[in-house]
Every structure is written in structure tokens, then in C-alpha cells.
Design a protein around this ligand. Structure first.
Ligand SMILES: [Cu+2]
Length: 274
């Protein structure tokens, strides 16, 4: 059984295996297929048209399935690897062990944002940025550069307290848990973390930075935490909503799963802590 652990608790050996597996997927070309898929949905999801991966109720089940596919790809290389999660309410500075050279490496240099240390620095030759929105082929970050503060635990708790999953118009203007967690409205949780990291993480090709997976694994855990806090609150909408993935509708690009089938994560993995 896959157990997703807080990244801060990983052993040196677990970090090394995770990093090595990422680099193996990168070398095989499979990693970049995930970046391409994510960018296609970012570009295609619109507030008044079809929307599946983002700015819509299926933001959470879509990313759950996307992470599951990625985790299965990692496990095809090393079956002991699971996706760790980054609790950015606790590990909230560039001095966190997350950004150390033995794990993800640190922030970018001021001149061009280029990450200079760690396994994903361009100088290693192991992490070319192929799927990109401009000419730059090196991993970039500016930790805390564009927005000063990561969300606090109190801000997370204020969003977890929202008992309605999502609301019409089912987009970036919605009230409710999903849009507040996604961040288009209110205190801004998920979107703000992308901006705080900066570099590719602030763009549609955000999975170019391996921290994408740790960020989304924590967003996914917050959805699980919310479900436990509100056992009577259903996924919405239930049916008949144009351009939006209803509870029992198949979800692109897989077309073989629905939000309903993804509500219970425990069929696939558990977390190290409640
Ligand atoms: Cu995201």
C-alpha cells in the first residue's frame, strides 16, 4: 500500500530514491508527457467554456487522477517510491530542508532565476526544460519573490471550514470550498503557492518543477481532510451542467473515470497522518 508522507519526515534514502526516480522518468521522456498534458488543460480550461483540470469542480479529482498516474509511473521505476507532500503552512521559508541540495535544490539566482544547486539544476545535465513557454531551458525559481508569504494554517482552516464543495457558476468566480482552495477567490491557497515558488511553477508548464507534485499532494490531502470534516457534503454539481464535469461524468483525458470514482483516496494510498 502506498503511504504518502510529509516531505519533512523523509529519510536520506527516501529522498535519494525519489530524486533518482524523477531523473529516470525525465530521461525516458515520460516526465515531459505529464508537463505537456497539464499545459494543454491550463490552456484549454476557460471560465465560460469547457473546463476540467482547473477553475472548475473537477480541479480536485482531475489532479488526484493526474498525481495517481504520475505516482504509478514513478513506481514502475522504483516500487518503493510514493509521492511526498509539502505542508507549506509549516515549511514556509526558503531555508526549509525541502530546498536543500540533497532534495529539490534552492531558489534561483537573482540575475535570471536559474536554480544553481540540487539534482535539478541545469548544470547537472539531468533536467533540461523541453516543454516550455519561452526560450529558457533551465529550471527557474524565485522563492518568495512575487508574493511574500505562503498561506498560514489559520487561512487553511478557514477554507476547510467551508461546508459547500462548490457552487454555480462552477468557475473562478464561485464561492465554496473548491474555489477557495484553488485560490481564485478569498485568501488564496493553491494558486498563491505556485506564485510564491515562481519560475516555471508560476506558468502552465508548472510540472517542470518537481515541487509541483509535492504541492499538489498536499492540496489533495486538504481535500481528504475536508471530506472527513464534512462527511455529509457531496461533490457538486450532481448532473446536467454544461461544460462542467458532473459527479458521474467521465473526465478527460482518461475518459475512464469520474469524480465519483475518485472521492475515496484510500483505495489508492493513505497519508502518514490525519
Ligand atoms: Cu496547480
Amino acid at each position: 500500500m502506498t503511504i504518502r508522507k510529509n516531505q519533512a519526515t523523509l529519510t536520506a534514502d527516501e529522498k535519494r530514491r525519489f530524486v533518482d526516480t524523477l531523473i529516470a522518468l525525465k530521461r525516458s521522456g515520460r516526465y515531459d508527457e505529464f508537463v505537456t498534458t497539464h499545459n494543454a488543460f491550463i490552456l484549454g480550461d476557460t471560465d465560460n467554456g469547457e473546463r476540467t483540470g482547473h477553475r472548475s469542480p473537477s480541479f480536485l479529482p482531475w489532479h488526484r487522477r493526474f498525481l495517481l498516474e504520475f505516482e504509478r509511473a514513478l513506481q514502475s521505476v522504483d516500487p518503493t517510491v510514493a509521492l511526498p507532500y509539502w505542508d507549506w503552512t509549516v515549511d514556509r521559508t526558503p531555508r526549509s530542508s525541502l530546498w536543500a541540495p540533497d532534495f529539490l535544490g534552492g531558489t534561483g539566482r537573482s540575475r535570471d532565476g536559474r536554480v544553481m544547486d540540487g539534482p535539478f539544476a541545469a548544470s547537472t545535465g539531468n533536467w533540461p526544460i523541453h516543454v516550455r513557454v519561452d526560450g529558457r531551458t533551465y529550471l527557474r525559481r524565485s522563492l518568495g519573490g512575487a508574493v511574500r508569504q505562503l498561506p498560514t494554517r489559520a487561512e487553511v482552516d478557514s477554507v476547510l471550514a467551508m461546508s459547500t464543495y462548490d457552487m454555480a457558476p462552477w468557475n473562478s468566480a464561485s464561492d465554496g470550498f473548491r474555489n477557495h482552495l484553488e485560490g481564485w477567490r478569498g485568501v488564496n491557497l493553491h494558486n498563491r503557492v505556485h506564485v510564491w515558488v515562481g519560475g516555471q511553477m508560476g506558468t502552465g508548464v508548472s510540472p517542470n518543477d518537481p515541487v509541483f507534485w509535492l504541492h499538489h499532494a498536499f492540496v489533495d490531502k486538504l481535500w481528504a481532510d475536508w471530506r472527513r470534516l464534512h462527511p455529509g457534503s457531496p461533490y457538486a454539481p450532481a448532473a446536467g451542467t454544461p461544460n462542467v464535469v458532473d459527479l458521474d461524468e467521465p473526465m478527460k483525458p482518461w475518459n475512464d473515470t469520474t469524480p465519483a470514482a475518485l472521492l475515496d483516496h484510500t483505495a489508492h494510498y493513505t497519508f502518514d497522518a490525519a
